[in-house]
Write a protein that binds this ligand. Structure first.
Ligand SMILES: O=P(O)(O)OC[C@H]1O[C@H](O)[C@H](O)[C@@H](O)[C@@H]1O
Length: 546
């Protein structure tokens, strides 16, 4: 097994050289970098699949990039990637392989875990999903009373919700419009109540998606959905035709009352936040159809191959990871904005928040030592141009450095009048304004009153990546998502953390389980929390009349 460098990250010679280099270049302005090299906007670009990635508007020189690549080599990023895709148990705290790349491997590929090739199982499930999706879409699969399915409700949370919900929105132009799709995740009863309100039980299919099938939110929503269906259709037997499960846990699925013949499985080597190319994508497949779903997988696979076979200096996810790390660890940037200029990518930032923050929100290394550097950033964003009229002010003139990804498309699914060119004019304008700004001299030349000059000056030097896609299709969406997956991988590999566990979500769950009965108990004498939590619970109980 190839093991990453054992040297402490901050003691790596390449890290220390980056530290010295940072002191030399931290004040360099993008205006000067562009003035010194007229070809910068063409040379500092790379492609991966159909993605064109311009990283020239970053505060990097060729020396910066060289040092970052040295760091990636010293930390064995390529070797660590190879260890992941070849099935080694790189999720060490859970003793698991990490093989979301196998979910999109072609039929003839071989990927072994513990001596067993997993690719045939992957395709067996995909084939079963395809057959089921076809039968629902064609009207062959009917509900208990013989009605074709007209509404699909995915019940899941986290990785069992965000991927399909994001991709369903992104690929609406590819979706069946005569079937409605809803995604219920929150345990707040409002979520399921509002979805059920408009539905006809006889033509509704529920997909209960949960890797573990023990998640409180999902099981609570699933029970509510089942009670509703049974009361609407007047028979327990209706459940069989209206509920399917997606899970790794057949035992719990059977306990819930779903026949395991109606279950689509996946495996412990698929992390929740990496699971939407697995059976977790069933709702998406029902919406766009099996062929388009396979296109999405093919797009992801193209990027998996790109990462494996492209030298690091042209390797897009590796470059994006290293540049992100440059800001996080050397400039101290705390956040990373993701700004898609496509309304269809409305849920992208939500999806990337789990992908990035649950993966790299860690403060100990794989061997358990506290890190002495920064790890994962806060990821946020909304589609342009809306944000321009809200928070971009702070990105342009605030005191915080916010590296931002601008994602744009050439050919929109909806050509409406001049909308697309006006949208894209903004997509090009914002990174230009952020990089080059506007100087006091320019303002004075324009005759701006002296007292307004400081207010109207744009410092510039705000870094951005521009990602340009020909169009948004299942294939290009797959490419985009896999690019971000491997960007996150690259950063985790350099930081030496385990990007594939999520122990940090456990404590709150345990406490909620303890508190739930305290909210409804007859007497509150036994509250044993801190004084703040105790007082809040007592107040809540009294507001609820208990
Ligand atoms: O799919 P499930 O087992 O229901 O888990 C759903 C989600 O909940 C957990 O708390 C984890 O933080 C997520 O990584 C996971 O995606």
């Amino acid at each position: 097994m190839t093991s990453p460098s054992q040297t402490r990250l901050t003691e790596e010679p390449s890290w220390q050289r980056l530290q010295e280099h940072y002191e030399q270049v931290k004040d360099l302005h993008l205006r000067d970098l562009f003035a010194q090299d007229a070809t910068r906007g063409e040379t500092l670009t790379a492609t991966a699949g159909d993605l064109y990635v311009d990283y020239s508007k970053h505060r990097v020189t060729s020396e910066t990039l060289g040092l970052l690549l040295d760091l990636a080599r010293a930390r064995g990023v390529a070797e660590q990637f190879e260890a992941m895709v070849s099935g080694q148990r790189i999720n060490t705290t859970e003793g698991r392989a990490v093989l979301h790349t196998a979910l999109r491997a072609p039929r003839d590929a071989v990927v072994e875990v513990g001596g067993t090739d997993v690719v045939p199982e992957v395709h067996e499930v995909l084939d079963r999903m395809s057959a089921f999706a076809e039968s629902v879409r064609s009207g062959e699969h009917t509900g208990h009373t013989g009605s074709p399915i007209k509404a699909v409700v995915n019940i899941g949370i986290g990785g069992s919700d965000l991927g399909p919900a994001m991709a369903y929105e992104a690929l609406l132009p590819f979706s069946r419009r005569d079937i409605s799709f809803s995604f219920v995740s929150n345990i707040d009863g409002a979520d399921i109540a509002e979805v059920l309100r408009g539905l006809d039980a006889a033509s509704t299919l529920f997909i209960i998606s949960s890797k573990t099938f023990t998640t409180l939110e999902t099981l609570t929503n699933a029970h509510t959905a089942r009670d509703w269906l049974v009361s609407q259709l007047g028979s327990d037997e209706a459940v069989a035709k209206h509920f399917v499960a997606v899970s790794t846990n057949a035992e719990e699925v059977a306990k819930f009352g779903i026949d395991t013949a109606n279950m689509f499985g996946f495996w412990d080597w698929v992390g929740g936040r990496y699971s939407f190319p697995s059976a977790i994508g069933l709702s998406l497949m029902l919406s766009i159809g099996p062929d388009q779903f396979r296109e999405l997988l093919a797009g992801m696979h193209e990027i998996d191959e790109h990462v494996r076979t492209t030298p690091l200096e042209r390797n897009v996810p590796v470059l994006l990871g290293l540049i992100g790390l440059w800001y996080r660890d050397f400039f101290g940037a705390q956040t990373q904005a993701v700004l898609p200029y496509s309304q269809y990518l409305d849920r992208l930032a939500d999806y990337l928040q789990q992908l990035d923050m649950e993966s790299n929100g860690k403060s100990v290394t794989k061997s358990g030592e506290r890190v002495d550097y920064q790890t994962g950033p806060i990821v946020w964003g909304t589609p342009g141009t809306n944000g321009q009229h809200a928070y971009y002010q702070l990105i342009h003139q605030g005191t915080t450095l916010i590296p931002a990804d601008f994602i744009g498309l050439a050919r929109p699914a909806e050509e409406v009048g001049e909308h697309q060119d006006l949208l894209m004019a903004n997509y090009f304008a914002q990174p230009e304004a952020l990089a080059f700004g506007k100087t006091a001299e320019q303002l004075r030349e324009e005759g701006v009153a002296e007292e307004l000059v400081p207010h109207r000056t744009f410092e510039g030097n705000r870094p951005t990546t521009s990602i340009l896609l020909p169009e948004l299709t299942p294939r290009t969406l797959g490419q985009l998502i896999a690019t971000y997956e491997h960007k996150v991988f690259t950063q985790g590999a350099v930081w030496g953390i385990n990007s594939f566990d999520q122990w940090g979500v456990e404590l709150g769950k345990v406490l909620a389980k303890r508190i739930a009965p305290e909210l409804t108990a007859e007497s509150d004498a036994e509250l044993g929390h801190d004084s703040s939590t105790n007082a809040l619970i007592r107040r809540y109980r009294s507001l609820r009349g208990r």
